[in-house]
Design a protein around this ligand. Structure first.
Ligand code: ES4
Ligand code: ZN
Length: 324
């Protein structure tokens, strides 16, 4: 089965590029840029990755991102993830980045985006991997700050396919960002948002009805509303589920408690994604393997999950036909 999973050509739709920063590269960049990090060894870093909820992870994730300074750093970060795509047989990836976690530290927007874009161009050229970039707004910050970031992004519009919403969910509902999502829609951006990762289903309803999103990131709390489940099924709204993330952040106690199989069996459009693989013990294949080992998943289920991700991607219909 491991070989079967490995060999399937896959897409990834929910991956924070800053969450692919491996401890080894964090150490190297800290040294290169003369940045102090609170760890003496790579093992120290790994020991710190012991989370109790989303916020306990985010604190460490934002601290880790402080080592990213130059365009080359963002290139190296992205290139290392591309090498993992090759290992995992990921043929198409749609990556999130958090510009505000960098611009807030005085790093220019263009430094971040151009480093990422250059690596993704090389990925296409060297490995034929296709990709897209989705810019996320940090929901713990204000809508005003999101609007400012949006205006800054317009100069790089051609590189950004869509906008998303991430960071601390509870207490920061989608309704806080109605205006900026409306603007993004008017400008032709695709829309996604993290919703129902930890917070209740009202966040998912708001994301759908107030922000008009086309995909829900996580969405595993949907199961608590049969009304919502019916709607998600009927409209085939994609849910980009991240099993390792949900276990590491204690959304579910263990893999056998994860509800992805129930969502799939109900007829929802769910896919498997790695979220922040450097922090959550593994890349895409490992997510599938963990599900396979703990849930009653057949080969058909795995194929369906992979097809869902290719189908729900923002690639052109022509490319979709080629891939599926
Ligand atoms: C994230 Cl797992 C998760 N949830 C919300 N925001 C995030 N940013 C990076 N990883
Ligand atoms: Zn995420």
């Amino acid at each position: 089965m491991k070989e079967f999973i490995q060999k399937l050509p896959k897409a990834e739709l929910h991956l924070h590029i800053e969450g692919s920063l491996e401890p080894e590269l964090m150490f190297e960049l800290a040294k290169r840029n003369n940045i102090k990090i609170p760890y003496k060894t790579i093992q120290d870093i790994k020991n710190a990755y012991n989370f109790t909820n989303l916020q306990s992870f985010l604190d460490i994730y934002y601290a880790g991102a402080n080592v990213l300074i130059t365009k080359q750093d963002f290139y190296d970060l992205t290139w290392n993830y591309i090498l993992k795509c090759v290992e995992n047989n990921i043929i198409h990836t749609e990556i999130f980045f958090d510009p505000q976690s960098h611009t807030q530290r005085g790093i220019e927007f263009k430094t971040v985006i151009l480093g990422i874009v250059e690596a993704l161009n090389d990925a296409k050229e060297k490995y034929g991997i296709t990709s897209a970039i989705v810019m996320c707004f940090l929901r713990h910050l204000s809508q005003e700050e999101a609007l400012k970031t949006f205006d800054e992004a317009l100069a790089f519009k051609d590189y950004i396919i869509g906008v998303g919403l991430d960071s601390s969910e509870i207490g920061n509902p989608p309704s806080k960002f109605e205006q900026v999502f409306k603007k993004a829609k008017e400008q032709g951006f695709k829309l996604v948002a993290h919703a129902g990762e930890e917070a209740d289903v009202s966040y998912i309803f708001e994301a759908l009805d107030l922000l008009n999103i086309q995909r829900i990131d996580h969405g595993v709390q949907s199961i608590k509303s049969s009304f919502l489940m019916e709607r998600l099924k009927k409209e085939q709204i994609p849910l980009t589920v991240c099993p390792n993330s949900n276990i590491e952040l204690k959304v579910f106690e263990n893999y056998s408690q994860h509800n992805i199989k129930e969502l799939l069996d109900y007829g929802l459009n769910v896919s498997v994604n790695s979220d922040d693989p450097a922090y959550f013990k593994g890349y895409l294949n490992q997510n599938f393997i963990n599900l396979w080992e703990n849930l009653d998943l057949g080969k058909e289920d795995i194929i369906k999950l992979v097809k869902n991700s290719l189908n729900s991607s923002f690639i052109s219909d022509d490319l979709k036909k080629e891939y599926i």
